[in-house]
Design a protein around this ligand. Structure first.
Ligand code: AMP
Ligand code: ZN
Length: 453
């Protein structure tokens, strides 16, 4: 039985799908104004593991992910500049080109990290009509009010506002001074923002209220309900979304439909550097391409992410990644030497399944894999690993083509001729030189084979 930790009740719950056929999952996607850093990508590796675990358990999954290409302001409190407009100005490009450029890089990162693409992507700018319809519904039900800069959601009208973040109980931080401006309550948020001066922004639309653009939260309610229905199974995102973005998604969706929005809310913890969320000032803010330039494989980062439970913070440094890369390479090297006996090791597989079904306990699942590899008497290693890797997604059985540097090839050729002329001393010296470059030669019946040390 699959158990998942539901942020709504703060406990592990048995997963029960709404419908027999297909499970609906919505994941808050990136704001495509810049490259996604490895912290962001950790949260997508987490939703990938969740999806793979559901598929492993025999569920059919419809996974929807949005692309925020309008409305996300530099301050989450509905103030500041629109991140996409700002990037378009910075790069002297069209807003749409900025969004498509960073979205494509994001998709490349998915490929590199072996993250399965969602069943469908949806862009905020392509769903303006749905967002306006939803705001109209909220307006009709009396949940909205107008200020000089937009249409806002009145959070005091909803009895259980803040239930996800337990805002009611904990309250707003005592003593925190919040300048309300024209807002009625500190937690109220923008549904629609008016363009300050129409014609200046690149992205703005007509609406029943004024020319403007949608607030950040409304897109996720409008698009998730459009593609998954008013009530669906699972919603995921990073833990920073709990107090504002997801709290507001629940508020506006449930106010509009009068129904429970989502059954299970799952949140991934942060990637940290020196104990704090990775950020420009704290370091650790790499992109996958930057790590590649530092000679790290994207799969090593995926492996690193699997060594921590998704609900615990994961500390990052290049040294930690180097260790993960070594472990991952060791793992692949051991697996490479295994022979397939056609059997499945049911007892190890059962322990693996228990681990993944216990709220996606990947560190435990990895420990089971290592134990299987170390168990000299265990049968069925290859077929069992094949099954496990459907969830790990680490390409454990894929043979990698080793790139052999030209110099190593030359040394190997030289050694071959030394051997042919029975100059064993020289052949041994050359073997040593090859070793120093991280390779070794295996003299097989079919000639010399070059392998990585
Ligand atoms: P954004 O593009 O800012 O909307 O962020 C995309 C996703 O990355 C969101 O789900 C965030 O919660 C998540 N995120 C941001 N920073 C981190 C971090 N340091 N570690 C893990 N996830 C993060
Ligand atoms: Zn969202």
């Amino acid at each position: 039985m699959l158990k998942l930790f539901n942020t709504l009740g703060r406990k592990k719950e048995a997963f029960k799908p709404i419908r027999k056929g297909e499970i609906g999952i919505y994941t808050c996607g990136p704001t495509v104004y810049w490259y996604q850093h490895i912290g962001n990508l950790r949260s997508y590796i987490f939703s990938d593991i969740l999806k793979r675990t559901l598929i492993y358990n025999g569920y059919k999954v419809k996974h929807v992910m949005n692309i925020t290409d309008v409305g996300h302001l530099t301050s989450d409190a509905d103030e500041g500049e629109d991140k996409i407009e700002k990037a378009a100005k910075r790069e002297g490009k069209k807003a749409g080109d900025i969004a498509n450029f960073y979205w494509n890089v994001f998709k490349e990162d998915f490929k590199k990290l072996n993250i399965i693409e969602p069943s469908m992507w949806c862009k905020a700018t392509e769903h303006i009509k749905e967002q306006i319809e939803l705001i109209k519904k909220l307006e009709k039900k009396g949940y909205t009010y107008k200020t000089s800069d937009g249409i806002y959601f009145d959070t005091s009208k909803l009895k259980d506002y803040g239930k996800l973040a337990k805002l009611k109980k904990e309250g707003l931080k005592a003593g925190a001074r919040i300048s309300l401006g024209e807002k009625r309550n500190a937690t109220d948020f923008a549904l629609w923002k008016f363009s300050e001066k129409p014609g200046i922004r690149q992205q703005e639309w007509n609406s029943p209220w004024s020319i403007g653009f949608p607030g950040w939260h409304i897109e996720c309610s409008a698009m998730s309900m459009r593609y998954l229905g008013k009530h669906f199974d699972i919603h995921t995102g990073g833990e920073d979304h709990i107090p504002v973005h997801h709290t507001n998604e629940i508020a506006q969706s449930e106010a509009a439909t009068g129904k429970k929005f989502v059954n299970y809310w799952l949140h991934g913890a942060f990637l940290t550097s020196k104990g704090e969320k990775v950020s420009k000032s704290k370091g650790g803010l790499y992109t996958i391409s930057e790590l590649e330039r530092l000679e790290f494989k994207p799969f090593s980062y995926r492996y690193l992410c699997l060594t921590a439970h998704y609900r615990t913070q994961l500390e990052f440094s290049l040294e930690i990644l180097k260790n993960a890369q070594n472990s991952y390479e060791r793992l692949k090297n051991i697996i490479k030497e295994l022979k397939d006996d056609g059997k499945v090791n049911e007892s190890y597989l059962k322990r693996f399944e228990d681990a993944i079904n216990d709220d996606l306990d990947m560190p435990k699942a990895l420990a089971v894999l290592w134990e299987l590899l170390r168990d000299e008497k265990a049968e069925g290693k290859i077929k069992t690993i094949e099954k496990m890797d459907r969830v790990f997604g680490l390409d454990l059985l894929k043979k990698e083509k080793i790139e052999i540097p030209a110099e190593v090839k030359r040394l190997v050729d030289e050694r071959e001729s030394a051997r042919k002329s029975k100059d064993w001393k020289k052949a041994d010296e050359l073997r040593e030189k090859i070793k120093q470059r991280g390779f070794y030669v295996d003299d097989t019946g079919e000639g010399a084979k070059i392998k990585r040390l």
